[in-house]
Design a protein around this ligand. Structure first.
Ligand code: DOR
Ligand code: ZN
Length: 439
C-alpha cells in the first residue's frame, strides 16, 4: 500500500490503550492503524522512543485578532500552538470588534487559510442584541460554541442578569461556554480594595464565592431551560464538588495555571504576571483541582491563553489587565505533571483531546481512529527542558512559566497529515482550517 505519511514504531495512545504500531495517513486522514513494513509513503517519521498522541486541543485561547495583532495575531497565536504541540485551538470572541455576528465570523473564517498553522474553532459571543440570532450563529461553519461572560473580564462582552442569560439559553441548543464569576458580587467587593494594593488582592476581590455563586446560578438556569452548560476555568473546591452532582447538565474545564501555581507564592514571585480571571487561589483549591482531575470530574484542561503587553502587566493592581500567555506552554507543563506522577498520559489525552471533542461536538478529531483527521502530537516523555521567555512566539514575549524545568516535550505537531512543527522548528506554510462541529 502507498500512503502520504507513515508514523513508524511510536507508542500510540488509542482510546482502548497504548500500542506500538505504524499509522498510515492518506488525504489528511488516518487510513490504517496497522501499516506494514512493505508499505511505502512519501514521508516516513521514525517515532521510536516517542509517544504518538491524538492532536492536542486547546479549547480556550484569546488571540487579539481582529483588533490588536501586535499582541497576538492568528498567525503568531497558531505558531505558538504548533511549537507547543497543539493541533487545534478554539478562539474566544472578546476581540475588537467582538465576534458576535455572521459578518464577524465570516471575516475571521476567511483569514484562517492564509494565516493559521493549526485548525481553529471560533466562539461566538453572546450579547443582548444578538440573543435572537444565536440559534443561527451557533450553527455556522467553524463555530465551536456560544461564549457568555456572566462576569466582566477583558473586553465589553457581558450579560450578568438571570433574565438575559436565560434568554440566551433559550436561543439555540448546543452547549454554551460560560465565564461564570458573579458580576454583582464582583462590583460590590471592588470597593473594599484600593489601587496599588498587593497583586494577591486579586484573589480576595474575585473570591471563591464570586465563582461559586456564578456557577450555581448558571447551573440553575441550565436546569430551568434544559440547556447544557460548560463552566469554563473552574477554580474552587466548592464548584468542583457542586458540579459533580449536576453532570447531566453541566460540564467543566480546569486551567493548567490552576493546576500549577499556588497563591500567595505566585503573586509574590510574578506580581501582575500571575493576575488572571478567575484568579489563582491557595493550596486548598489547587489540591481540590487535582483531586477532580484524578477522579474524573473534569472534562477539559485548557490554557486560557490571554496575552497582554508586558508594560501593561507591570502596572499596579488592578490596572494590570488579567490574562497570561499559555497556548505554547500548556502541553509541556501538563507533560511535566505526567512526569511528576500527578496524572497518567492516558488521562492527559482524555482531558486535552477526547474531552474537548466530546464537549464541543468536534467532528473527526480527538482520537486516533481510522477515518479521523491525521492530527498527531508526538512527544518525548524523557526530554528535559527549561521553559524560557525567548521561546514564546507571542509578540508579548513572556510566560508565567519562565525558568520552569519540565520533563516531557512535544517533538512534532501534525495537522491533517501536514507536519507543521518538528524539533522546535516550524516546517510548513499556513495550512490551518476551520474545524467541524456537530450541528
Ligand atoms: O484572565 C483573563 N483574561 N480572563 C478572561 O476571562 C479574559 C482574558 C482576556 O481576554 O484577557
Ligand atoms: Zn478566557
Amino acid at each position: 500500500m502507498q500512503y502520504d505519511l507513515i508514523i513508524r514504531h511510536g507508542l500510540c495512545l488509542f482510546p482502548w490503550g497504548a500500542e506500538e504500531t505504524d499509522i498510515g495517513v492518506r488525504n489528511g486522514r488516518i487510513a490504517t492503524l496497522d501499516a506494514r513494513m512493505t508499505d511505502t509513503a512519501e514521508r516516513e517519521i521514525d517515532a521510536r522512543h516517542l509517544h504518538v498522541l491524538p492532536g492536542m486541543i486547546d479549547a480556550h485561547v484569546h488571540f487579539r485578532d481582529p483588533g490588536d495583532a501586535s499582541i497576538e495575531s492568528m498567525a503568531s497565536g497558531t505558531r505558538g500552538a504548533a511549537l507547543g504541540g497543539i493541533t487545534t485551538i478554539f478562539d474566544m470572541p472578546n476581540t475588537t470588534p467582538s465576534i458576535t455576528s455572521a459578518e464577524a465570523i465570516a471575516d475571521k473564517a476567511a483569514r484562517v487559510g492564509a494565516s493559521c498553522l493549526v485548525d481553529i474553532g471560533l466562539y461566538v459571543g453572546a450579547t443582548r442584541a444578538n440573543t435572537p440570532d444565536l440559534a443561527a450563529l451557533e450553527r455556522l461553519p467553524g463555530v465551536c460554541a456560544v461564549k457568555l461572560f456572566a462576569g466582566s473580564s477583558t473586553g465589553d462582552l457581558m450579560i450578568e442578569d438571570d433574565d438575559g442569560i436565560e434568554a440566551v439559553m433559550r436561543s439555540g441548543h448546543r452547549r454554551i461556554a460560560f465565564h461564570s464569576e458573579d458580576e454583582y458580587r464582583l462590583q460590590a467587593r471592588r470597593k473594599l480594595f484600593k489601587t496599588g494594593q498587593p497583586y494577591a488582592t486579586h484573589m480576595l476581590w474575585r473570591d471563591e464565592e464570586c465563582a461559586f455563586l456564578g456557577t450555581r446560578r448558571i447551573v440553575a438556569l441550565a436546569r430551568r431551560t434544559n440547556r447544557p452548560a460548560h463552566i469554563l476555568h473552574v477554580s474552587t473546591a466548592e464548584e468542583l464538588d457542586y458540579l459533580a452532582d449536576h453532570r447531566e447538565i453541566a460540564s467543566c474545564e480546569v486551567l493548567v495555571n490552576h493546576l500549577t501555581q499556588v497563591a500567595p507564592d505566585c503573586y509574590e514571585a510574578l506580581g501582575g504576571l500571575a493576575v488572571m480571571n478567575p484568579p489563582i487561589r491557595d493550596r486548598r483549591h489547587y489540591d481540590a483541582s487535582w483531586a477532580a482531575i484524578r477522579d474524573g470530574r473534569v472534562d477539559v484542561v485548557s490554557s486560557d491563553h490571554a496575552p497582554h503587553a508586558l508594560g501593561a502587566k507591570t502596572r499596579p493592581w488592578p490596572d494590570c489587565p488579567a490574562g497570561l500567555t499559555g497556548v505554547q506552554t500548556l502541553l509541556p507543563v501538563m507533560l511535566d505533571h505526567v512526569a511528576q506522577g500527578r496524572l497518567s498520559l492516558g488521562r492527559l489525552v482524555d482531558l486535552m483531546a477526547a474531552g474537548p471533542a466530546r464537549i464541543y461536538g468536534l467532528q473527526t478529531k480527538g482520537r486516533l481512529a481510522v477515518g479521523f483527521d491525521a492530527d498527531f502530537t508526538l512527544v518525548d516523555l524523557r526530554e528535559r527542558r527549561t521553559i524560557r521567555n525567548e521561546w514564546i512566539a507571542s509578540p508579548v514575549g513572556w510566560t508565567p512559566f519562565d525558568g520552569l524545568d519540565v520533563t516531557g516535550w512535544p517533538v512534532a505537531t501534525i495537522v491533517r497529515g501536514h507536519v507543521v512543527m518538528q524539533d522546535d522548528e516550524i516546517t510548513s506554510p499556513p495550512i490551518g482550517r476551520l474545524a467541524r462541529f456537530a450541528p
